[in-house]
Write a protein that binds this ligand. Structure first.
Ligand SMILES: [Fe+2]
Length: 295
């Protein structure tokens, strides 16, 4: 079987065809991994993957995160994105706090940027999809970095950005209690990320990015807003309309994503996400005193 990699947009994203992710040789995985590093978002359709197969495939990228206590799938390797009650199989009421919590996913973000050990990538599989709505939109922070003028690139290189989950969820109206806040203290990361395979640079920004450390608050907010606006301009993004069996792996170092609404009162949607951790990234943090001082 020949694996075909077809770009989805001018700057990022690719569809992979001729592949069965549940039965992939090491050589086949090397092709998939190289496409992931090169394109940031990889889409494979027609993959009927169960939970065990999803865990097995995800682990080929690296160690998995476990899910935080605010997600219904707490204690498992899955972050469940659904309006279906995990216990009863029935759809939840629109005012259910688990639906409300998921509204935070409608802000542009990368996963787990608020964690001390950042994420390499996430894998999302479509198990049940609504007939309309419930798309996922993607943007490239590599494209926006590469399009900046050299003076701005130089100004951002070496900067540290602080990400804060309690702060970002509060912005969408979900206020953490003390225990949730204690479980999710702010985390610091290099603003400019360098892909160790391709050498290409990207930005760790998005909803959880609270400030650029050491910058005046207004300047920091203006810069973060401007970078986000550039990355997510409507003609720069990729919109994925899900079909059951679609699988997407995205790079949390170089892309952003957000969910779009669907009618939770009429339709069922179940997506299973696994999140792959990137402990190797921490090795590079020694060169950033603002990170080690905070730790
Ligand atoms: Fe997400």
């Amino acid at each position: 079987m020949t694996i075909i990699v077809t770009p989805l947009t001018k700057h990022f994203g690719a569809e992979i065809s001729g592949v069965d992710l549940t039965n992939l040789s090491n050589e086949g995985f090397d092709v998939v991994r190289a496409a992931f590093e090169a394109h940031g978002v990889i889409v494979a359709r027609g993959q009927l993957i169960d939970d065990d197969q999803q865990v097995a495939f995800s682990e080929r990228f690296g160690p998995l995160e476990t899910t935080v206590s605010v997600n219904p799938a707490v204690g498992t390797p899955f972050a469940r994105q659904s309006n279906i009650d995990i216990a009863t199989g029935e759809t939840m009421k629109p005012d259910d706090k688990r639906i409300f919590y998921q509204k935070g996913n409608m802000l542009w973000h990368a996963d787990s940027t608020f964690k001390e050990i950042p994420s390499l990538c996430s894998m999302l599989t479509a198990r049940e999809v609504p007939p309309t709505g419930g798309d996922t939109e993607f943007a490239s922070t590599r494209a926006v970095y590469e399009a900046l003028d050299p003076a701005t690139q130089a100004r951002l290189d070496g900067c540290v950005v602080e990400h804060d989950f309690a702060w970002s969820r509060a912005r969408s109206g979900f206020v953490f209690n003390d225990a949730q806040r204690a479980e999710n203290p702010p985390a610091r990361h290099p603003l400019v990320q360098t892909n160790p395979v391709t050498g290409r640079k990207s930005l760790m920004i998005g909803a959880h990015a609270k400030c650029i450390v050491g910058w005046n608050a207004d300047e920091s907010q203006t810069m973060l807003d401007d970078l986000l606006d550039r990355a997510t301009a409507p003609n720069e993004i990729y919109v994925h309309k899900w079909q059951t069996g679609d699988t997407i792996v995205w790079d949390n170092r170089a892309t952003l994503h957000r969910a779009t609404p669907f009618d939770v009162t009429k339709h069922r949607r179940l997506m299973q996400r696994t999140t792959i951790s990137n402990p190797a990234a921490i090795d590079e943090y020694a060169g950033y005193p603002e990170i080690s001082q905070a730790g």
